[in-house]
Design a binder for this molecule. Sequence first.
Ligand code: ATP
Length: 232
Amino acid sequence: MATNNNNFTTHTKVKYKIPESTIPRMSIYSRIFSESKGNDYFSSKDIAAITGFSSAQIRRDLSYFGQFGVPGKGYPINELKQKISAILGIDKEWRVALIGMGNLGSALLTYKGFKEQKFKIIAAFDNNMKKIASNINDFKIQHINQLKSVVKQNEIKIAILTVPGKAAQEVINHVIDCGIKLILNFAPIKLKVPDYVHLQNIDVVVELERLTYYATKGMRTLVLKKTARLFK
Ligand code: ATP
């Protein structure tokens, strides 16, 4: 997958040009279609009712790969499922290494949703000798020094980092050195990676602050409206 200057993603395997902003919605469509049992078609209205996206948005998203609804029926679910899976690259299994087996890492290790979406955690790593050789859910925690050989032997392509911020840059450098180019980072720190590495950051506190911002904004709007009414 490559991104050009217009923020469009081109897929080498599947020749579609899709704006980056559409990708998270594709993920949601994929999950809905996978969970839909017994439905052959979905209208954009059906999809809108489940997702909360507008019908116009859905029609635009699905038209990026030449998918148009059948009048009176809607979109063929199986065909869409296959196309979206190919676009997202989830038509095959992805092997994942989890690094940093603290509270968050341990919770992710037992999360069933990864497997359902074709992500398989193959190995878990830490540098704390007390944790290494211990088991979580039948998983043996390995020393981070073993990462290179385990990645090679098991064709691991993705790493999830759940190490503390102060260790994250050193760990990510090592992960990249081991040949991994796709990294999901939970450490609350901005990390430097070379251009060929794709890094996604998830900072739970930033997301919570986004919520509190909206709550405060809502309150601010209410105060302004009340004040405006007083001066009428
Ligand atoms: P803990 O169970 O140790 O209290 P925690 O949930 O408070 O963990 P952190 O302090 O953020 O979490 O650490 C997460 C995990 O990352 C720990 O298990 C820690 O041993 C591990 N870790 C820290 N530095 C490294 C490193 N350089 N390489 C691999 N793992 C590391």
